[in-house]
Design a binder for this molecule. Sequence first.
Ligand code: NAP
Length: 438
Amino acid sequence: MRHIAIIGSGPAGYYTAEAAQKRFGPEVQVDIIDRLPVPFGLIRFGVAPDHQSIKAVSDRYEKVALSDNVRFVGNVAVGSDVGVDELQQHYDAVVLATGAPNDRKLEIPGGDLPGVLGSAAFVGWYNGHPDFADLKPTLEGRHVVIIGNGNVALDVARILAKTRSEFVGSDIVSHALDALDSAATEEITILGRRGPHQIAMTPKELGELGHLARATVRVDKDDLPDPGEDVLLEPGIRKSVTHLREFAAIPEAFRADKSISINFDFFAAPVAVEGDGQVERIRIERTRLDDQLRSMATGETYELDCSLIISCIGYQTPPIDGVPYEHGRGRFANVEGRILPGLYCVGWARRGPSGTIGTNRPDGANIVELIAEDWAAGLGTADKLGRVGLDGLLQSRGINAVQFSDWKKIEEAEIARARDGAPREKFVRIDDMIAAQK
Ligand code: NAP
């Protein structure tokens, strides 16, 4: 019997477990370890609460979780409760599938003023992540500025703009729903340091902005390149740019009954955040593109008054003591997923925060092939203790792991306490999750 430990129970973790099952069958036992008592990582805490069809992929992960040779070990933090080196003593392969849950820092003066939030924090808050349950974003001001032109910026803008009734059927947590319902937001500006052709927004997600009950979208037609240039774009981005052209063409008369305006401000790089102990304004520099399509400063600056800034400029994998790390790229140092003999990484922890949830599937299969190659070449001893060794360590440290059957009790309790029309009301405190499984 061989033993694999996967750290992180998000998409990368479950696709790796699924691939290991297919590749090795009952000859391998897989433990999926997560620091939280609840599984599915990005699916639960990252995917927007009004995108329930995307979240349905967790049904597939559940099938893997319920199979005989796969086990969920929740509420165990690797790095503090148990070391990577200790896991390596007990498992033939240790795979870090820890995702990229930390925000890339907005490195401009004033970027750490209260009122500047990273998207991990803001998204975590509305998705009920225990780390951000007490965030209390400043929603009393009329203007929110979002930095970044990716899909996370779109999620954040849409969630800020939706009415309470547009959240029916979603699992947005009640603390966020109530706070957003009483928010004073009238204007949301999305800053892109480059232009419409350089956005990282997919068409479906961008198109959704055009169907919001109380919001209208403004794009300055002068920012759009000549339509003939769109043919040079990759088809997905071309469709997204078509949405931008549609937004630019909305007649003023159609905007009259909308109380929120979502403004795209292209060629706009944030240079400083200012305010007396709290965000009051953001200073922006107009940019132009150089011949490599990089944003270049023009020297022209202007200010926007705002009281909340949400920086959606990408994520980083948290380092773990003793594991080689590539600081510039915010991920583990690896060659195609190999970090050290017997230690691997997969998903965003391997390649950085890009791609869709489905991208993690081939990632999982690839890493399992590398593990198979390494075992065939003689790595690992096949006489490791695996989960028996881990359970011994946890017991000696008084750590009570949460099993998948415990999670199912937590889930049942979340479903039972859902408000009308919602699939669940998530527990946002670890203690409440633990209490619900007893
Ligand atoms: P992303 O797609 O990498 O976009 C990051 C954006 O931030 C880019 O527009 C980038 O501009 C900008 N940026 C980076 N550093 C900046 C700085 N210092 N100042 C100003 N702007 C800066 O990242 P993301 O939006 O966080 O999304 C992460 C991944 O999750 C993506 O693969 C995304 O598609 C996926 N996702 C998918 C969905 C969905 O399918 N529904 C939802 C959410 C997220 P430059 O291009 O100029 O660098």
